[in-house]
Structures are given as structure tokens and as C-alpha cells.
Design a protein around this ligand. Structure first.
Ligand code: SAH
Ligand code: DHB
Ligand code: MG
Length: 219
């Protein structure tokens, strides 16, 4: 009952605040046609991330976990002239669909997709200027490592956002042996104890059911 209500409200809000357009709709359709899992953020969440990036004036955005580039398109739209987004993806099939979707959205030149395990591609970014906004959304067991890597690629004021940290309450199951739950629990413990950030978690409901974003600002 409540899940159906959350979805209806999300649809109502998306129609008004995050209406779909040709590029977003084509990206979802191509992703689905290619058999990619439908686990991208919702439209209202995409708009939320876009507004966050815009509000902090992000010029350099890093995304860990591209899938079909649905979230990438939302984030890239927050960039000013001359901005740049680097997105990391390890599945060649996902990367191929994502590249096509980004080109279709007219973002091919703004976005650089790096194919490979994030644990290998992240250290290569240390020679670049720091990122202003980092979106963590790849494999959950590696979230603790992605936090460490993100801090190495950040500067004071960088905003780090991590998706899927509430997991319909899986978060508070101390007995869980689910590797995803263990990963986000460890990630949040590290984040809470990390003196280099100020952080919180925002629970969300909607078409992605009950989940949440961790938000951290580097001191
Ligand atoms: N951000 C996307 C959804 C990402 S789903 C959106 O909201 O639109 C998670 C993605 O991370 C998948 O495409 C998966 O292949 C990728 N991934 C998983 N483990 C990874 C790893 N170790 N390195 C890089 N990418 C990884
Ligand atoms: C799922 C959802 C996500 O947003 C994600 O990043 C990974 C997996 C899921 O619903 O399984
Ligand atoms: Mg996610």
C-alpha cells in the first residue's frame, strides 16, 4: 500500500519537476533494450543530484558506477561551460550503451567514461585537479574503498553523495550477512567517524522504494 502511494507521488512530482525529455527517455529505452538492469536513480532523484551539483557550482564531477548513463546525464546537465564529468564503469556492455546514450544526449564531449574496475581507474585520477562533486553508486561492498579514494580526489568543500545506503532498512540489520548491507554499514561507520567530513544520511521513498543518500562535505 505505502509503496504504491510512494510511486504515485513520485510520478506526480516527476511530471512537474523532473519531466522526461528525449535524451533521458531514449537513454532508458536503449538501456532496457540492451538488457541492462533497471536500477538507475529515479527522475526526481536525478533532478535532486543535478540541483545539488549546480548549487555548489560544481565544475568537475566524478561518478563511480555509470550503468546506462541515466544519472550521468542528469549530473552533466548541472555543469557550466567548460565543466567536465568523469564516470567509471567496469562492464563493457554497460559502457557501450552509456557512450551511445551520452552521445545521443549531446554530452559526448563533456563526459569521459573510463572503462575498468573502479579500484584501478580511481588512482589514475589523482594526477587531475580535485573533483567538486563525487557520486558513489557502484558495487556496495566496495563503498568503504570508494570513500577512501574519494577523499584523495577531493578538496575542502567537495560534496560526496553515496546512493542506496538505507536499503529498505537493511542498514540497521546488525546480523545481516548480505555483502551489500555489510558494505554500506561499514561505509557509514567510517563516514560517521571520519574527521575530514561533515556528513548525514537522508532517507528517501518513491519509485526506488525506501532507500537513502549519504551526503558528506569535505572540511
Ligand atoms: N549511476 C547509475 C546506476 C549505477 S548501477 C544510475 O543511477 O543511472 C551500478 C553500476 O556500477 C553498474 O553498471 C555496474 O556494472 C557498475 N560497477 C559495479 N562494480 C563496479 C566496479 N568495481 N568498478 C566499476 N564499476 C562497477
Ligand atoms: C540497485 C539499485 C541501485 O541504485 C544501485 O546502484 C545498485 C543496485 C538495485 O535495486 O538492486
Ligand atoms: Mg544506485
Amino acid at each position: 500500500m505505502s509503496e504504491e502511494l510512494w510511486r504515485c507521488i513520485d510520478d506526480y512530482l516527476a511530471e512537474r519537476f523532473a519531466p522526461t525529455d528525449t535524451a533521458l527517455a531514449a537513454a532508458l529505452e536503449a538501456s532496457s533494450a540492451a538488457g541492462l538492469p533497471s536500477i538507475q536513480i529515479s527522475a526526481t532523484q536525478g533532478k535532486f543530484l543535478m540541483l545539488l551539483a549546480q548549487a555548489i557550482g560544481a565544475r568537475r564531477i566524478l561518478e563511480i558506477g555509470t550503468l546506462g548513463a541515466y544519472s550521468t546525464i542528469w549530473l552533466a546537465r548541472a555543469l557550466p561551460e567548460g565543466g567536465r564529468l568523469v564516470t567509471l564503469e567496469c562492464e563493457p556492455r554497460h559502457a557501450e550503451v552509456a557512450r551511445r546514450n551520452l552521445a545521443g544526449a549531446g554530452l559526448g564531449n563533456l563526459v569521459e567514461l573510463r572503462l575498468g574496475e573502479a579500484r584501478d581507474t580511481l588512482p589514475q585520477l589523482e594526477s587531475q585537479p580535485p573533483f567538486d562533486f563525487i557520486f558513489i553508486d557502484a558495487d556496495k561492498p566496495s563503498y568503504p574503498d570508494y570513500l577512501t579514494a574519494s577523499l584523495r580526489l577531493a578538496r575542502p568543500g567537495t560534496l560526496i553523495v553515496a546512493d542506496n545506503v538505507v536499503r529498505e532498512g537493511g542498514l540497521i540489520d546488525a546480523e545481516s550477512r548480505d555483502a551489500n548491507v555489510l558494505g554500506v554499514r561499514r561505509f557509514l561507520d567510517l563516514l560517521a567517524a571520519e574527521p575530514r567530513v561533515r556528513a548525514t544520511v537522508l532517507q528517501t521513498v518513491g519509485s526506488k522504494r525506501h532507500d537513502g543518500f549519504a551526503l558528506a562535505v569535505v572540511r
